[in-house]
Design a protein around this ligand. Structure first.
Ligand code: S3P
Length: 168
C-alpha cells in the first residue's frame, strides 16, 4: 500500500507535516488520535482519565489494524506512543512507508510548553519525562521506521521536501 505513515514523539510535527504533505500530494490526511476521539466521542485526555492508558493503547491497535483495507493512499499521523507496542510495528509497516520524525527533547519541550492535552506530560518536570520516554522509545521508533528525518531547526517545507525525496 502506498500510504505515508508519520511516527515520532509528541510535538515532533507529525500533524503539521502530515497536513502539509496531504495538500502537496493531494491525499487524505488521517490522524490516529483523531480517529479514536471520533470513535469514542471524547478526547484522548478523557479516555486516559476515565479508562486508563492500557485501554487507549488497545484502541490504537484496533485503529491501525482497521486502516488496512480498501482506501486510496493516505497520509497517516500516529500518536507518539503507538509504535511502542511490538504488535503495532508490523501493522504500521504493512500500511506503507513509515517515516520517523526525530526531534531532540529540548525541541519537544519548547513546542509543548504549557500543553494540557497530553496526559503523559502533565507532571512537575516535563523535560525529564520527555527525555526518559524518548530514551525508552528510541528503539521502537527506529525499528518501525523505513526512513528517519531529523526535524530540529527545520521549517515544515524542508521536512516535507525531505520526505518526498526519501519516500517518493
Ligand atoms: C501519546 C501521544 C499523543 C496521544 C497520547 C499519548 C504518547 O499523541 O496519542 O497523549 O504516548 O506519546 P501525539 O504524539 O500526537 O501528541
Amino acid at each position: 500500500m502506498d500510504n505515508i505513515i508519520l511516527i515520532g514523539f509528541m510535538g515532533c510535527g507529525k500533524t503539521s507535516v502530515g497536513i502539509r504533505l496531504s495538500y502537496q500530494l493531494r491525499r487524505i490526511f488521517l490522524d490516529t488520535d483523531k480517529l479514536i476521539e471520533q470513535g469514542q466521542g471524547r478526547s484522548v485526555s478523557r479516555i486516559f482519565a476515565e479508562d486508563g492508558e492500557a485501554y487507549f493503547r488497545a484502541l490504537e491497535t484496533e485503529t491501525i489494524a482497521g486502516l488496512r483495507e480498501g482506501r486510496a493512499p493516505c497520509i497517516i499521523a500516529t500518536g507518539g506512543g503507538l509504535p511502542v507496542k511490538p504488535e503495532n510495528r508490523p501493522l504500521l509497516r504493512a500500511l506503507g512507508r513509515v517515516i520517523y520524525l526525530k526531534a531532540m527533547p529540548e525541541t519537544v519541550y519548547e513546542r509543548l510548553r504549557g500543553d494540557t492535552e497530553r496526559p503523559l506530560l502533565q507532571c512537575a518536570d516535563p523535560l525529564s519525562r520527555i527525555r526518559e520516554l524518548m530514551r525508552e522509545r528510541e528503539t521502537a521508533y527506529a525499528d518501525a521506521a523505513d526512513v528517519t528525518v531529523f526535524v530540529d531547526g527545520k521549517e515544515i517545507d524542508m521536512i516535507v521536501k525531505e520526505i518526498e525525496e526519501k519516500a517518493g
